[in-house]
Design a protein. Structure first.
Length: 81
């Protein structure tokens, strides 16, 4: 089981995609804001993951991740899932 898929789901996604909000237009200002927020979340998540892997490598193992999975995630660009 790939644990990164559950870790990389942005916490704000479920709140923004609620049934009451309705679908976003592909080129709307709301869609642009959502995309930028997601990119910022990914940058922050990968930075924190890199910090944890350097400072406390035993925590990576406790999360159920391998060193290769962590390095692959850290190596991604902000737009990559």
């Amino acid at each position: 089981m790939n644990h990164l898929s559950t870790l990389t789901a942005a916490p704000h996604q479920s709140a923004r995609l609620g049934a009451s909000a309705g679908p976003m237009q592909p080129y709307s200002l709301a869609a642009l804001r959502y995309m930028i927020a997601t990119w910022r979340w990914r940058v922050r998540f990968r930075y924190e993951l890199a910090q944890k892997s350097q400072e406390n490598p035993h925590l990576i193992d406790d999360m159920g991740l391998t060193v290769a999975e962590v390095e692959a995630e850290i190596g991604k660009r902000f737009w990559q899932r």
